[in-house]
Design a protein around this ligand. Structure first.
Ligand code: FA5
Length: 343
């Protein structure tokens, strides 16, 4: 049989077999039979080497044309069968309407964000403006401008993460005080919420990373009595009832006089527990009358103006508000814990 007759026979055989095709599997089978490595077209190529030099290019061209023809026909056939088979599958498919639906996961605010927003809203309702300051700040704004000289022993009160000789992670939101004084002239009534960092041992009540809200008021004739009244009013608004507060004298280089504010431990009702270090009280803020040296750092005349300031610990407040026994829960990202708090 000549090569020419063989080409014609294979074409005829293909056309005949293609007519019998019923599904995509048959197409795949034909693809292997004709175009596969050991397929019929490949076997024609083997005969090509016995053809004469004149015949070889002619037959080579014919074999290639047949190969293209078969390839195109099989590809078109495959597309059409696959689409029919997909339609059939979809039409026969039944949807089980009794299957329970997938629950949409709803995001929530972190409890600290909830409380921070509430604290901000209360102070705003009392006439305070909101300012912010940098988390990475200079030693000057965090310490020196606040009357902590370079070798001041009070620096040991706040174990600090230094980035280099000059820059540090702020240890308190009080770093905003002098920045604001440089920007505005009295009367200044403002709060500054933000993150703080201290190189401390982590325990159930202290963390290396926590939040504070700074609050300060500078004007003529601002008194210590108005500081106490402001903090009392704030606590009643936050807890929505009269709660027991305790103000103790304390020392911060940037206030004179200084105090710390405690709230009766709601977790143990003042009986004493791990969170309140068995004292029945939880320290939630430091406060006092702004030191004249600090007013001077901010370019404010201490002969004319006075001011008060306070720094509230948001984690400690949240522990009291939501009855949380360990500060570490806030940073563990445990959904069971986080999902307990309202949107
Ligand atoms: C200060 O940070 C002062 N800047 C507060 C201040 C502002 C005093 C203005 C006077 C005038 P103190 O270190 O006490 O003070 O921190 C204030 C509050 O932050 C504490 O009462 C506590 O609630 C919270 N706090 C402090 N350290 C931690 C910590 N490691 N983990 C969690 N909360 C903390």
């Amino acid at each position: 049989m000549t090569l020419n007759t063989q080409i014609l026979k294979i074409r005829e055989k293909f056309l005949h077999e293609y007519k019998e095709v019923k599904n995509s599997k048959d197409i795949e089978r034909l693809k292997i039979e004709y175009l596969g490595k050991k397929g019929l077209l490949q076997s024609l190529m083997l005969f090509l080497k016995d053809a004469s030099t004149e015949e070889r290019p002619v037959f080579g061209k014919e074999i290639n044309e047949l190969k293209n023809e078969i390839t195109i026909q099989l590809e078109n056939g495959l597309i059409s069968f696959l689409s029919k088979e997909e339609d059939k599958k979809l039409n026969n498919e039944e949807i089980d309407v009794t299957l329970p639906g997938r629950k949409n996961f709803q995001g929530r605010f972190h409890p600290l964000t909830l409380l921070m927003n509430e604290v901000i809203d209360i102070f705003v309702s009392m006439g305070f403006a909101v300012e912010t300051g940098p988390d990475v700040d200079s030693d000057y704004y965090n310490f020196e401008a606040l009357n902590f000289a370079k070798d001041h022993p009070a620096r040991d009160m706040q174990d600090t993460f230094y980035l280099n000789d000059e820059m540090l992670l702020r240890t308190h939101t009080s770093n905003v005080q002098v920045r604001v004084m440089e920007k505005f002239k009295p009367p200044i009534r403002c709060i500054a919420p933000g993150k703080c960092f201290r190189n401390e041992n982590i325990s159930s009540r202290s963390h290396v990373f926590f939040h504070q809200v700074e609050m300060f008021y500078i004007d003529e004739k601002v008194t210590f009595a108005s500081l106490l009244a402001t903090m009392d009013e704030f606590c009643s608004k936050l807890f929505k009832k009269k709660i027991e507060t305790r103000f103790r004298p304390s020392y911060f280089p940037f206030v004179e006089p200084g105090m710390e504010g405690d709230i009766k431990c709601i977790i143990c009702s003042g009986q004493g527990c791990k969170v309140c270090k068995h004292s029945g009280w939880l320290e939630v803020f430091g406060a006092g009358m702004i030191h004249p040296e600090v007013l001077k750092s901010g370019g404010i005349d201490p002969e004319k103006y006075t001011g008060f300031a306070a720094g509230l610990g948001i984690e400690r407040l949240a522990m009291l508000m939501y009855n949380i026994k360990d500060i570490r829960y806030f940073t563990q990202n445990d959904l069971k814990f986080l999902q307990q708090f309202d949107l």
